[in-house]
Design a protein around this ligand. Sequence first.
Ligand SMILES: [Zn+2]
Length: 246
Amino acid sequence: MDNQDRYMRQQMLDLYKDKQDFLASKKVGFIGVGGAGGLSSLLLTLAGVGEIRIADYDKLEVHNLHRQILFTQSNIGQPKVWAAQERLQERNSDCKVVAFEEKIDASNFERFTQGLDLLVDVSDNASSRLTISKLALDHSLDLISGAVSAYTALIAIFSYHDPNFVKKHGCYRCLTNGFPINTKVGITGPIAQNAAAMTAHVALEYLLGNKDHVGKLIKMDLKNIAISKLTLCADPQCPDCSNYRL
Ligand SMILES: [Zn+2]
C-alpha cells in the first residue's frame, strides 16, 4: 500500500506535514480498550503511530456493546484485549499492536511501558487511575488521562518528564484531590466517542510537538455542548508530587 496516499489528507495539515516517519517512530500505550480506549487507540493506529500497546483485563459484557466500537456480539465473554488487538491490527498493518491481558500496576508497569513515548489512561477503573498516575510520574512518563462521567468528558495532559511541569501543574491526584472521577454512571456511545476522539486528537498533537494543551484540563460538557480548557494547578499538599516543590 502506498503510504504517501494513505496519510495524504492528514499531511495536508501543517503540523502533520512530512511527519509520517516521525509518527511511525512513536510508541503509545493505552490502559483500557473499552468505551474511550477503543476509538482513541484505533485513531492513533489509523494515523500511523508505529506501535500501539494496549492493556485490559476485562471480558466483553453485553452492556458494553452500545458504546465499545472495537467489538462484535461474537466477542461477548472473550477478553477484550485480544479482540481489540485483532481489530486494530487489521485496520493498519504498518502499526505494531501489542496486547497485555493484565491489570497494570507496580508489578508490571515497567514491562508495559518500556520504550513508550506516551501513556494514555482511558480505563474505567477509577481506583487504578491514581496508581497509574503515580507510577507514570515516578517513571517520568508523560500521561494523558481521559475519563467520562455521565455527560462530562475530562481529558488532562501531564508532561511528567519535565520536573518544572510537575512543580507548576501537579499530577492527576492534584486534579482529583484523591477522589478519582466516577466513571460508573450512565453513558452513551456518542458521549464515549467524543471523549475518545478528543483524547486521540490531543495525543497526536502532543506527539507532533504541539504543547499548547500541556498542563490543561479539557472539559467537554456534552449536555450543553460546551468545551472549556482549564489550567491544571499543583496542590502543595499532594502526597504524590509535593516533593517536586521542595
Ligand atoms: Zn500531585
